[in-house]
Design a protein around this ligand. Structure first.
Ligand code: TXD
Length: 324
């Protein structure tokens, strides 16, 4: 009788835990497994839901040609010793809900989740996805007490991918030849940088007039809202999951990729004690470098304005948490 019992078992598999098994979390789990990057633990407060999603994803294993384990759970003990913890838990903004309501609810969730996750994965890198992104990343960093290079927020990769897509659509060129860069907070005040966005190496400022660039920049800033208004029942999750997956891959494969992320600033760009979107070098140690670009006065002023809104919301979040 044939036997496999003596075959060596694969060792040292990476583990990524995703806290929040909703649209972004479950899609990210699928991406990570499909790309054979790591075993995935999907955790949610809703009982049975992450287990069901995990079973569904496991049943696609043979069709997707990967052999990664995806485990659904409600128990943080299952997330132990993760290499990366991705936080997507929270609620998306609903019609009639103002920004303060969202901050209050998600701040409580992110603090609770970070407190529980760090107990089991003190050596992990943490990627925050929950909105309002830059504020939640700050809270996760404060809560975990980790060094700044090990906590980051995902938004710049997504916002830049949106800008990249709109540029390619406008010019009728392959998206693979377009590089786009968006910095600042993940919100209305994000800062697309046309001077640092190129097609085949050519800055888009040489390929489009100012009016067209403004139209594409505005559409990028409104990228999430445009999708919400079309879908009505929810927001974007495919591109957000792909964006988070590219950060996971950069870390696990130690790629030293140059990607925008919400990173902690200590004087760079004239900003201090804040997480906000800037270009970084991302590898196995997390944020290895914050890359400081030469900005024009207008670009710098826009970044500072963006940072001011993040700062106000951090204060608001702490005040709300303190009042509860
Ligand atoms: O670029 C970006 N950063 C973003 C951010 C792009 C897209 C989505 N963005 C934000 O991510 C969005 O505004 C939300 O704040 C999060 C998650 O979005 P998603 O679309 O996945 O929301 P869902 O489908 O509502 O999933 C959230 C899950 C849901 O299953 C809840 O039960 C769970 O979070 N949840 C929790 N899990 C664990 N622990 C706690 N306390 C908890 N509370 C809610």
């Amino acid at each position: 009788m044939a036997s496999f019992s003596n075959l060596p078992i694969a060792c040292n598999d990476h583990r990524v835990s995703i806290i929040g098994g909703g649209k972004v979390g479950s899609t990210l789990a699928h991406r990570i497994a499909q790309k054979n990057l790591a075993n995935v633990v999907l955790l949610d407060v809703v009982e049975g839901m992450p287990q069901g999603i995990a079973l569904d994803l496991m049943q696609a294993q043979g069709l997707d040609y990967h052999n990664r384990e995806i485990k659904g759970t409600n128990d943080y003990a299952d997330t132990a010793s993760s290499d990366i913890v991705v936080i997507t838990a929270g609620i998306p903004r609903k019609p009639g809900m103002n920004r303060d309501d969202l901050i209050k609810i998600n701040a409580k969730i992110v603090v609770e989740v970070a407190q529980k996750a760090i107990v089991h994965s003190p050596d992990a890198l943490y990627i925050v996805v929950t909105n309002p992104l830059d504020v939640m990343t700050y809270l996760a960093w404060q809560t975990t007490g980790l060094p700044t290079n090990r906590v980051m927020g995902m938004a710049g990769v997504l916002d830049s991918a949106r800008f990249q897509t709109f540029i390619a659509m406008e010019l009728g060129v392959s998206v693979t030849d377009v590089r786009a860069l968006v910095i600042g907070s993940h919100g209305d005040s994000m800062v697309p940088l046309p001077r640092y966005s190129t097609v085949g190496g050519i800055p888009i400022t040489e390929l489009m007039d100012a009016e067209t660039i403004k139209r594409l920049s505005d559409r990028t800033r409104n990228g999430g809202a445009e999708i919400v208004s079309l879908m009505r029942t929810g927001g974007a999750y495919t591109a957000p999951a792909s964006a988070a997956c590219s950060m996971v891959e950069a870390i696990l494969h130690n790629q030293s990729r140059v990607l925008p992320a919400a990173a902690y600033l200590q004087g760079e760009y004239g900003l201090n004690d804040i997480f906000i979107g800037v270009p970084t070098r991302l590898g196995c140690r997390g944020i290895e470098t914050v890359i400081e670009l030469d900005l024009t006065d207008t670009e710098r002023a826009a970044l500072h304005e963006s940072a001011e809104s993040v700062r106000q919301n951090i204060e608001l979040a702490w005040a709300m948490l303190g009042n509860n």
